[in-house]
Design a binder for this molecule. Structure first.
Ligand SMILES: C[S@@+](CC[C@H](N)C(=O)[O-])C[C@H]1O[C@@H](n2cnc3c(N)ncnc32)[C@H](O)[C@@H]1O
Ligand code: SF4
Length: 378
């Protein structure tokens, strides 16, 4: 059996750029660029398949930006190309990120026809005032309509929420989470609001217009998340990802967290591919026009491709592996030469589980991941 491979497709356009978001996003366009981008992504996949060689394709993930705004016919072409270029696993996961506006929802049936079998819906909140604060172009009623339509169209549904908004209380957050659970998703990703440098929120916070909740409220809201979702039958298999049962986990994110290979295509997409036994980090040109031009010139959209040293590869493994409950095999971390007494110390502090074969963060350890990874990769 060939080793597993994920494919990440970045669709960078959004109807409106949200004030908290620092993803590689661009205002949606009505000219010929999006169609040219879809063609370039297919060509890029063809070029990168020549690098990876035969692999078992376990996941395709359309992320963004707002891929639910793309023409579903282009999504079908990209899915077909990936299926042709690699060997699809019997349970191939095909995820699409979607915004809950009516324009996006109208395309759900066509995306299901295109082969999408998992929708990741960006609800962000179910509170109208919070949605206005987050600069979203939909209200709670539209978010609920979108979730209901998604549950009817796709076998698998995941919901994104953003918490730790100013003034949010644990009690209100618990109610909001319970309302989200009632929408029937098998997977929920509640993200703590991060103030990213250079965003409109960053400028507002610097001006003192508002302040995010302090660490104590943040921790209380995190605890509420764990408690409510656990009581509702969700397992926190990663810091911000909760699934109802093993089959509901995101296969695609597990590719990242387990250190498996993935091809990245589309503007700014990152990839990790093993070529002749060496793990390489790839990054595509960030602007759509540059990416399209690069594919036309060189076949692939890759702008930088760097071999990772065994130590760099192991550092990435520990960083990603400690995020998930299953942790990381110690044999994958040989290049870090971690002194056994350092591990024993972290076990004695209750931050690592006492497991001779795997390095696993305890729930307490997952709260201080930065510290843990810094000590292990020192
Ligand atoms: C690539 S984004 C977008 C998906 C889709 N365009 C949307 O907005 O619904 C993936 C998720 O990251 C989360 N996110 C983005 N920026 C964030 C931030 N600054 N803090 C917390 N979560 C964030 C949001 O929950 C979002 O749904
Ligand atoms: S959160 Fe989603 S819709 Fe908003 S700018 Fe980011 S990618 Fe676009």
């Amino acid at each position: 059996m060939t080793s597993p491979l994920g494919v990440y497709i970045h669709w960078p356009y959004c109807a409106r750029v949200c004030p908290y978001c620092d993803f590689n996003v661009f205002k949606a366009r009505r000219d010929a660029e999006p169609a040219a981008l879809a063609r370039a992504i297919v060509a890029d996949l063809e070029a990168q398949a020549a690098l990876t060689g035969p692999r078992e394709l376990v996941s395709i993930f359309f992320g963004g930006g707002t891929p639910s705004l793309m023409d579903p016919a282009w999504a079908a072409e990209i899915v077909d190309a990936a299926r042709r270029l690699w060997t699809p696993a019997p349970d191939l996961e095909v995820t699409l990120e979607a915004n809950p506006t009516d324009a996006d929802v109208d395309r759900f049936d066509a995306f299901a026809q295109a082969g999408v079998n998992r929708l990741s819906l960006g609800l962000q909140s179910l509170d109208d005032e919070a949605l206005r604060f987050l600069g979203r172009n939909h209200d709670a009623a539209a978010a609920i309509r979108a979730a209901e339509k998604a549950a009817a169209c796709f076998p698998r549904l995941s919901l994104d929420l953003i918490y730790a908004r100013p003034g949010q209380t644990p009690a209100a957050w618990a109610d909001e989470l319970k309302t989200a659970v009632a929408l029937g998703a098998e997977h929920i990703s509640p993200y703590q609001l991060t103030i990213e440098a250079g965003t409109a929120f960053d400028r507002a916070v610097r001006r003192g217009t508002w302040a995010p909740p302090g660490p104590e409220t943040g921790a209380a809201l995190f605890d509420t998340t764990q408690r409510v979702l656990q009581a509702e039958g969700f397992e926190a298999y990663e810091v911000s990802n909760h699934a109802r049962g093993e089959a509901a986990r995101s296969r695609h994110n597990l590719v990242y967290w387990r250190g498996q290979d993935y091809v990245g295509a589309g503007p700014g997409a990152h990839g990790r591919i093993t070529v002749e036994g060496v793990r390489q980090a790839t990054c595509a040109a960030a602007k759509p026009a540059d990416y399209i031009a690069r594919v036309a010139q060189t076949g692939a959209g890759i702008e930088t491709r760097e071999a990772l040293s065994p130590r760099e590869a192991a550092e990435e493994r520990v960083l990603a592996g400690l995020r998930i409950a299953e942790g990381v095999a110690r044999e994958d971390l040989v290049a870090l030469a971690i002194p056994p007494e350092r591990i024993a110390h972290l076990v004695s502090l209750g931050l690592l589980a006492d497991d001779p074969r795997r390095l696993r963060a305890t729930p307490a350890g997952r709260l201080v991941l930065d510290r843990l990874t810094a000590e292990l990769a020192a």
